[in-house]
Design a protein around this ligand. Structure first.
Ligand SMILES: *[C@@H]1O[C@H](CO)[C@@H](O)[C@H](O)[C@H]1NC(C)=O
Ligand SMILES: *[C@@H]1O[C@H](CO)[C@@H](O)[C@H](O)[C@H]1NC(C)=O
Ligand SMILES: *[C@@H]1O[C@H](CO)[C@@H](O)[C@H](O)[C@H]1NC(C)=O
Ligand SMILES: *[C@@H]1O[C@H](CO)[C@@H](O)[C@H](O)[C@H]1NC(C)=O
Length: 390
């Protein structure tokens, strides 16, 4: 099934509304008590940068599509503009996913800065005001994905992203990353002397996000805070008890802030230390199961070790395209999900294709409250109707 073709009518309506509506009203229009709760009986479907397999990453349509496709959490990366507004954007430079290079008026903004010990040249979000950033068109990162939406959508703010989650017709969690905190705190200054991490938590509090994992408050408005920087996670643990996830990069990459090696931060003693602050880890999936010549090797003990310390494991990133699927999975993303969920036993998955993971989980582990025949018939009728040509 190629879900890219199946853009249901409802979504087209949402898209139109979103194009013509620069602001997202707050608070949510749907009464909290009427919303279908977050599912917690199977691994979380984490929509990596929204449904970015279909739409340019971290845009409103990418997030709305992910919600429509069944995401439990919509995931984002938080950076800051020159004037201190928190935005949803992955790279510190705008080059790869916007049209900034074609904008003559910004030609002289190209700079070289040291980011995590490496000199990077490009157009940096920290040199642009929010208004300037909003004037850019976001584009698809990968050439082999749908290019038709390039330039059509803007960068959104952290607040706009939150309002998309709160506006969802069911409870949908947020999963924001404190992105490059060392770099952002070097380049962006807030008038009140606060730092990036303070602004990040202030925003979450402003919209009612609070409470520890699985608390009543948390279940009403679920959120995971993620970062590759342990210093930031420890710092914000004084500001909020929302659950935090410690991201872990490739085995060759030291932590951005504390310059610790992969081996140090995945040791039993480190897990013992960090579990005071976080509920889980978010490792790159090749560190959990190393690969060679596009085949999987023997899994490491990372998941067992994390679980022994009561830490969840949410690996990244699952992608449908052939070039991202290891040969073991014979080009079938469902086979990959089956392996990671049922053999490796992860607790959440960052996916570029929320719809595929959702369909797999609905097929392989449907909701226990969902098993009655009327519902099943209704579901089948819905599936059939999606296949009809619009
Ligand atoms: C980055 O460039 C500056 C200026 O040329 C230089 O002083 C610095 O050593 C460079 N840093 C790295 C990590 O290469
Ligand atoms: C957290 O707050 C306590 C009490 O105010 C303080 O002693 C401690 O240094 C703070 N920790 C961090 C990481 O900021
Ligand atoms: C980070 O650690 C490595 C290995 O211990 C060391 O070679 C390097 O100089 C350190 N870098 C910084 C910026 O401290
Ligand atoms: C089955 O689902 C339908 C529709 O949600 C509901 O009306 C009905 O009460 C359910 N039956 C049982 C036995 O749970």
């Amino acid at each position: 099934m190629n879900s890219v073709w199946l853009v249901p009518f409802v979504f087209l309506l949402l898209l139109e509304e979103c194009v013509g509506r620069p602001f997202y009203p707050l608070p949510s229009k749907v009464a909290e008590s009427n919303k279908q709760p977050l599912q917690t009986f199977r691994p979380y479907n984490i929509a990596h940068r929204g449904s970015n397999g279909e739409f340019p990453e971290e845009t409103a349509p990418a997030y709305m599509r992910a919600i429509e496709e069944g995401a439990d959490f919509i995931e984002t990366d938080i950076l800051a503009s020159k004037d201190g507004v928190l935005i949803c954007f992955h790279d510190v430079t705008l080059d790869d996913t916007t049209d900034v290079a074609e904008r003559k008026e910004f030609a002289n903004r190209k700079k070289t800065y040291e980011v995590q010990g490496e000199n990077i040249t490009g157009w940096f979000s920290v040199d642009f005001t929010l208004q300037e950033l909003k004037s850019l068109g976001v584009k698809q990162r990968y050439k082999f994905r749908d290019q038709q939406y390039n330039g059509k959508f803007s960068i959104i703010t952290f607040e706009e992203y939150i309002s998309i989650a709160l506006d969802a017709p069911r409870v949908v969690g947020i999963y924001p990353e404190i992105k490059n905190p060392v770099f952002i705190n070097q380049h962006v200054k807030w008038a009140d002397g606060k730092k990036f991490e303070d602004k990040f938590v202030d925003t979450l509090k402003k919209y009612g996000y609070r409470g520890s994992y699985m608390s009543k408050d948390w279940l009403n408005q679920p959120a995971f805070i993620q970062s590759f920087a342990p210093t930031s996670l420890i710092y914000i643990s004084n500001l909020t008890d929302l659950p935090k996830i410690f991201l872990i990069d490739d085995v060759t990459v030291p932590t951005q802030d504390t310059n610790q090696s992969y081996w140090e931060i995945t040791s039993d003693s480190y897990f013992e230390f960090i579990k005071e602050y976080v509920v889980g880890i978010g490792p790159w999936k090749d560190t959990v199961v190393p690969t060679e010549n596009n085949y999987l090797l023997t899994p490491t003990d990372l998941v067992a070790k994390a679980h022994a310390h009561d830490l969840q494991v949410h690996p990244y990133t699952y992608r449908n395209e052939n070039m991202f699927l290891h040969f073991n999975f014979h080009q079938d993303p469902y086979a990959e999900y089956d392996y990671w969920i049922n053999t490796i036993g992860v607790d959440g998955l960052f996916t570029d294709f929320t719809g595929s993971l959702h369909n797999f989980q609905e097929w392989a582990s449907p909701s226990p409250n969902d098993g009655n025949a009327t519902k099943l018939l209704h579901k089948i009728a819905l599936m059939i109707s999606t296949y009809r040509k619009v």
